[in-house]
Design a protein around this ligand. Structure first.
Ligand code: GRG
Length: 303
């Protein structure tokens, strides 16, 4: 299979993005807005920004196995809340100390550090309150719901996103340059939550074991690719499209693909990851078209 650029994931992303935006607004309103400052800080980072790629992938996995979308929205919104919390905390002075995110001042720059920490914490806890609220679902089996909650918790915790972030910080501080560590960081920090989005989308759609395993594997591959693309964008992306400064990874001495292998090799690695993700779902029929388009989109993303 030869990897070629295609250009039509954007419409799918926009369609799911709009549903997710409305869902997030609705679920936040239901949680209440007192104390106001905390609610404002949560809304500031959660609404009106971001590609919503994790929810988009959840919906696309669901569609690929003929799911009826009945219960996809609360789960997709919960994952986006976890993602939003991670970005608020990632930007804090104690972590990346960033001033700009999605073209706007970072949460702590607007609301102060204490409120930003609480906004992140509260988005994380709200995600689990949402996930476990049976009133939000149309007829869902308790054991399925518990499995979904467990998958998302594991992907966010010490064996997933938070653990990956810790390894990332440790690698930066000790200037370690080692491929196996880089792979572990990218998998845990970024790919695990992306793969979890696909897996829960599959399970909610009633996927077979074979389909679920393939969708999770596809998720790890494109999740990894997504982070390699992120590394590349930090070297040669457009500040306007990204809405943040570039070059910060190099400045901090972060362990990234371009730092270890240079831009050309990193790009060819990114494309081979996309090819292998496409191969992983090659036995799916045309209902997996959105997943195929999104894989291409990740291979060439500019933001
Ligand atoms: C537990 C205190 C504490 C902090 C956790 C886990 C964590 C902080 C940070 C890790 C999250 C992180 C920054 C991962 C990098 C993944 C990545 C490429 C993020 C950007 O995601 P996009 O491009 O963002 O999907 P948008 O803006 O589109 O939503």
């Amino acid at each position: 299979m030869t990897y070629k650029k295609v250009n039509s994931a954007e419409a799918y992303i926009a369609k799911v993005g709009e549903m997710v935006e409305n869902g997030l607004e609705k679920f936040l309103v239901a949680e209440g807005d007192n104390p106001t400052q905390l609610a404002e800080a949560m809304r500031y980072s959660l609404l009106g920004g971001g590609k919503r790629i994790r929810p988009v992938l959840l919906f696309a996995a669901h569609e690929s196995v003929n799911g009826n979308f009945a219960n996809a929205l609360p789960v997709a919104c919960a994952i986006e809340m976890i993602h939003s919390y991670s970005l608020i905390h990632d930007d804090l002075p104690a972590m990346d100390n960033d001033d700009l995110r999605r073209g706007k001042p970072t949460n702590h720059r607007v609301f102060g550090e204490a409120t930003a920490i609480l906004a992140g914490d509260t988005l994380l806890t709200t995600a689990f309150s949402l996930l476990s609220n049976k009133k939000l679902y149309q007829k869902i089996d308790d054991s399925l719901l518990l499995e979904i909650i467990s998958i998302i918790a594991t992907a966010s915790g010490i064996n997933g996103m938070a653990g990956g972030q810790m390894l990332d910080i440790l690698a930066e501080r000790s200037a370690i340059e080692e491929e196996n560590l880089l792979i572990e960081i990218h998998k845990k920090k970024t790919a695990c939550l992306i793969a979890a989005s696909l897996k829960v989308g599959a399970l909610l759609g009633g996927a077979s074991e074979k389909q679920t395993a393939a969708l999770e594997k596809y998720g790890m591959e494109i999740g990894f690719a997504f982070q390699v693309a992120d590394d590349l964008l930090d070297v040669e992306g457009s500040v306007d499209l990204l809405g943040k400064e570039i070059g910060s990874d190099v400045q901090r001495g972060k362990l990234t693909y371009p730092a270890l292998y240079g831009v050309e090799k990193s790009r060819s690695h990114l494309h081979s990851l996309i090819e292998s993700a496409l191969e992983t779902i090659s036995f799916f029929d045309e209902k997996a078209t959105p997943l195929r388009l999104i894989a291409h989109y990740i291979g060439y993303r500019e933001r």
